[in-house]
Design a protein around this ligand. Sequence first.
Ligand code: FRU
Length: 530
Amino acid sequence: MKNIFNFSVITLLTLSLFISCKDVPDGKEKSNTVISILYKEKYRPQFHFTPEAKWMNDPNGMYYYKGKYHLFYQFYPDSTVWGPMHWGHAESKNMINWDHLPIALYPDSLGLIFSGGAVVDLNNTSGFGTKENPPIVATFTHHNMAGEKAQTNDFQTQSIAYSLDEGTEWTKYEQNPVIPNTEKIKDFRDPKVVWHEKSKKWILALAAYDKVKFYSSPNLKDWSFISDFGIEGDTRLWECPDLFPITVEGSDEEKWVLIVSIQKDAPNGGTATSYFVGDFNGQEFNSDVKNQKWLDWGTDNYAFVTWNNIPENDGRILGIGWMSNWQYAQVVPTEKWRSAMTLPRELKLIKSNSDYNLLSNPVKEIQKLRQDSVSLGQLKIEEKYALQDSFSPSQFEMILNVNLKETTADSFGIELKNALGENLTITFDKSDSMLYVNRTNSSNNKFSEDFFKEKHYAPLNFENDELKIQLFVDASSLEIFIDDGQINFTDIFFPTEKFDQVSLFTKEGILNIKDSKIYSLKSILNKDIN
Ligand code: FRU
């Protein structure tokens, strides 16, 4: 079977003089040997999921089964730019250390394999397996290139495949497609399924240009259209919907969340992930369309979707996003691979004054990566405070609890910098209640106009006594979580030389930090993380 190991091993054996054939053991070990060499490259994230080599975009088909989180992804094994899509595959016991597995789905006569989801069909409603050995059923879009060229407009259809061995081998259903494109909608894709307990049916959500269409099925094979959801007059392209129930924190109230990725005009340009909170009665999703919110204000969290089949005794809603943006994803200056996933995140729904908000925070498993910590304790900073001596400036977690009452500075923040004068600033601006991330000067290599165009923003609340900042920096990415996940911000960056200086700064006054900690984080290659 053709697989990613073969590709990586062949390429690397040719490139790396110091690996001889006999040193490369078989199976997963082989892959790990190769990865540990790959992981030394410039810009390679050390604690985020990346493909060993070549092009990756959206996360797909995620489920948890028999102690393992499965992650599939849009993958083109022949190039570092987008091309004929496959589903790459990896699995993990903790969402941190990943084993790379053979490609799960290859293009076929019906088309390329675009995004979608997967569910564990525990009751074998599909009949593909047995109750004792339930099938995993993946739903995906077949994208037919010939149809696209001929401009038939019905070249995207929905298909299924199943696996009886936890996700390694997949069989495509012989009666695909299960949802044909009868209305000839040019953008008709990314089917993701959830179980609706009250009606005992599967519900599939897919993106149909500027809206989401819902279908229901008793068996994952026969689908009936039930309703659609969109914003009248809004003609932005929607992608990768994800519908799921969620309980409001501290109550028994159940709501439904519909995540939708938007391919245009995100707050900071290009593509981003949004969500609606509403109700779903088995037929229709109802939500106030005026309340579309951004899951992440940064430019680099797209196609965020959740894992299926998280055990009840865990109960978390867990998801991951593609850490890039279609504006420049194909030209970022990584060489062997392109794109990483965000940190896996836990979503929680909170309600205040009848307004619902999704919080997203890094999953608690990430704390296992923490090693040495520097406790700066209480700090009063004026102008500048250099931090770099005690941790690796390109791989750390920083927690700052700012005492806002005692902070007189109009603005304060964190700067990453190198000796070439390239820098990136994260500014908390009290005067206009904003968070700004400025990467416009983060590299002298201006590989994309859009990437460097302007600083990015997110609205912040400075009304509380305290501002909690959690920042992760990993080689070429930053993720900021404010006030326990109220605001998320993910941006990538590519300095020509590593940022080796980190400092805190203020403008016009004092920054009062109540408590602070910086952790060095282990690489996820480190397999002793439990
Ligand atoms: C989102 C997307 C999906 C599509 C896939 C193709 O990033 O455009 O809508 O299925 O990528 O790779």
